[in-house]
Design a protein around this ligand. Structure first.
Ligand code: NAD
Length: 431
């Protein structure tokens, strides 16, 4: 299989061309023949024109690549090595929603042949590949896993907006259903991952490793958020405390903040779900999720309390929210926790304007029913909330904020602590 792929006699397919799938597909396409499969025709049309719908990759990434973009199973069936990178979201009850994963698995199952490989990259709970996906592959193909085709799991560590830690320069975890599968899957990934692969002892270990990476971050950020709530009552700044504590060699650098996006705020729920199925009720992971999911409401209430303290009428106050994407320097607004702040403020009857240099107004409207304004209005706001640390916001000054506020003592809520120590007259608050 490996040699056929290398000599382009066999093709590799990536199923699901989003933040994870497209970069992998294009990287492989520099070396081997690739089929990029997706069900979203609008996104496919952009990719055919050399445009990344996620705005992460430039046009150069598409140059000199041997890739076809398709939604056709007839084209998909030409592949021998399938990588599945579709979303694994949660539903309204925070339960895993496996619909895209099982949808992609059935597409692959319908075209699977003897000798093929299927590797999952989507983040899942330990056991999902073998217990949920393999039975569907076997049922639809009439083939037996291990004997007729092989499976593996290789989690992606891509970090949207991060140009330093990339697919090609970060060690990749790989796993396979047997030692043959592990060897061949490793060789395929070594074509594109320069520092090489880490061979996990089994598929469940690789699945667990990924989910633990994000759960660890979630729990640590939750601890910082909880500390921030306590320190706010004491009247000290959390970032000042962390600066001081961070001078010790073994103090871990985590900061308070909103935990949105598709990974850190979502993956722990997959692990919680698996634990519940095994009759264990995780306390720490669940508490972390509770604290982090409550932060938007907490920040909204803090701003309202500060407005009241300043003698403002909450119902007629205007608040400017700067930044609505789920993190800095990306355009992705899905699962943004800034929206929780906005909803909390609107719940109190406050008028909220939203600006963001990276977010698309139509997407914000479609996803949340919220209208963005093209630019802030001068001297219009009783409070300004800088919710996301976009690079455009890093060097803003108190003078600038005062051109937006109704008075020199209006509120500046600096969620990420960007302007700490630089504000003299505005009523400053940070996490
Ligand atoms: N975005 C990240 O930073 C990141 C990092 C590491 C891991 N992951 C994981 O990787 C997986 C993919 O995430 P993403 O952010 O790339 O998702 P995404 O939402 O950016 O893209 C998913 C793509 O899959 C397509 N798709 C959906 N259902 C499909 C189906 N049945 N068949 C074919 N295509 C389908 C969509 O049209 C879309 O183009 C998730 O499990 C995620 O948790 C994401």
């Amino acid at each position: 299989m490996y040699n056929s792929i290398l000599s382009k006699k066999a093709k590799l397919a990536v199923v699901g061309l989003g933040y994870v799938g497209l970069p992998i597909a294009l990287e492989f396409a520099k070396k081997i023949s690739v089929i990029g499969f997706d069900i979203n025709e609008n996104r496919l049309a952009k990719m055919r024109e050399g445009v990344d719908p996620c705005n992460e990759l430039g046009g150069d990434a598409f140059k000199n690549s041997d890739i076809v973009f398709t939604s056709s199973l007839d084209v998909l069936k030409e592949a021998s090595f399938y990588i599945v990178a579709v979303p694994t979201p949660i539903d309204d009850a925070n339960m895993p929603d496996l619909k895209p994963l099982l949808g992609a698995t059935s597409s692959v199952g319908k075209v699977l042949k003897k000798g093929d490989y299927v590797v999952y990259e989507s983040t899942v709970y330990p056991g999902c590949t073998e217990e949920d996906c393999v039975p569907l592959l076997e049922e639809l193909s009439g083939l037996k896993c291990g004997r007729d085709f092989k499976v593996g799991y290789s989690p992606e560590r891509i970090n949207p907006g991060d140009k330093i830690h990339t697919l090609t320069n970060t060690i990749k975890i790989v796993s396979g259903c047997d030692s043959d599968a592990l060897e061949n899957i490793s060789k395929v990934y070594e074509l594109v991952v320069k520092p090489g692969v880490h061979k996990a002892s089994c598929i469940k270990v690789a699945e667990a490793a990924k989910i633990v990476e994000n759960t660890q971050r979630d729990v640590n950020i939750a601890l910082m958020n909880e500390l921030s709530i306590i320190f706010s009552r004491i009247g000290i700044n959390t970032f000042d405390v962390l600066d001081a504590a961070g001078t010790k060699w073994n103090f871990l650098k985590f900061y308070p903040g909103l935990v949105g996006g598709h990974c850190i705020g979502v993956d722990p729920y997959y692990l919680v779900h698996k634990a519940h199925k095994l009759k264990y009720h995780p306390q720490i992971i669940d508490s972390g999720r509770f604290v982090n999911d409550s932060m938007g409401g907490y920040i909204g209430k803090k701003v309202v309390k500060n407005l009241i303290r300043l003698g403002r009428n909450v119902m007629s106050s205007r608040v400017l929210v700067m930044g609505i994407t789920f993190k800095e320097d990306v355009s992705d607004i899905r699962n943004s926790k800034v929206v929780d702040i906005i909803r909390e403020l609107q719940d109190y009857g406050t008028n909220v304007d939203i600006v963001d240099p990276h977010a698309d107004g139509a997407e914000v409207r479609a996803e949340y029913g919220l209208e963005m304004v093209p630019s802030p209005q001068p001297h219009a706001y009783d409070a300004v909330i800088v919710a996301v640390s976009h690079k455009e916001y890093l060097n803003l000054t108190e003078e600038y904020f005062k051109t937006l506020t109704t008075s020199p003592d209006a509120i500046l809520a600096d969620i990420k602590g960007l302007y700490r120590g630089k504000i003299q007259t505005l009523s400053y608050w940070s996490l």
